[in-house]
Write a new protein. Structure first.
Length: 227
């Protein structure tokens, strides 16, 4: 996976971090807004010869670059809310756009891989961890007593943000199932479940967003009913 997401069994030392300065935040916001605009334009023109995102592979690759940058925003107030807001935006955009590309046996594994990356990203944010690019994992945040007494802190996601996130993930199940239904490559495959089993992707699909939804409380995974 390009973002190098992985679950590590090794002991990870808690990591100190600092919020972005006002100047850093302005530059980051400007840069990310441009990247999101380019992502949207590329998607809308995906069927045109001039687009830079003609395939799902290209779209997911561009999305991963944005995800990697968002995750490196430190979970220290006031930067904490910035990371959450941009990850919610990326989640909404990608879940809406993936289904706009034609699914096939080559793109399905990459799409599920991306969705697993997104699941792990949200777990990092929900647990207010610092993203460590070198290990490809979230690291527990450490704020020493002196910094804490000086007002340095991290704030958890609000109930409104958690509700929106849960709605996005649960609501994507119908569109993903319909997308997969359109991706059946032969009449011999009577339903989506048969296709996923043939491709060896049933377990991955069943576990979609399981970490995040478990953390939010309930409805983890997406159940595929025979069609």
């Amino acid at each position: 996976m390009d973002v190098n997401m992985q679950t590590s069994s090794q002991t990870i030392v808690p990591k100190q971090s600092r919020a972005l300065s006002s100047a850093q935040e302005r530059k980051l916001v400007d840069y990310l807004d441009v990247q999101f605009l380019q992502l949207m334009r590329g998607y809308k023109k995906r069927s045109e010869p001039t687009t830079h995102l003609p395939t799902l592979h290209d779209y997911l690759d561009a999305s991963r670059q944005i995800l990697s940058l968002i995750l490196q925003i430190p979970p220290i107030d006031p930067s904490t809310s910035l990371r959450t807001a941009y990850l919610l935006r990326l989640t909404n955009d990608t879940l809406s756009s993936i289904v706009g590309y034609p699914p096939d046996s080559e793109s399905l594994p990459e799409a599920l891989d991306w969705l697993d990356d997104l699941d792990q990203a949200w777990l990092t944010v929900l647990e207010a961890q610092v993203w460590d690019p070198s290990s490809g994992a979230g690291v527990d945040l450490y704020i020493d007593a002196a910094d804490a007494s000086g007002g340095i802190k991290t704030s958890p996601m609000s109930q409104t943000e958690r509700t929106r996130l849960r709605s996005l993930l649960v609501g994507s199940s119908t569109s993903l199932e319909e997308w997969l239904e359109n991706g059946k490559e032969s009449q011999e495959e009577q339903n989506v479940e048969n296709m996923l089993e043939r491709l060896g992707l049933q377990a991955e699909f069943d576990d979609l967003f399981s970490r995040t939804l478990d953390h939010l409380g309930g409805l983890s995974g997406i159940v595929v009913d025979p069609v």
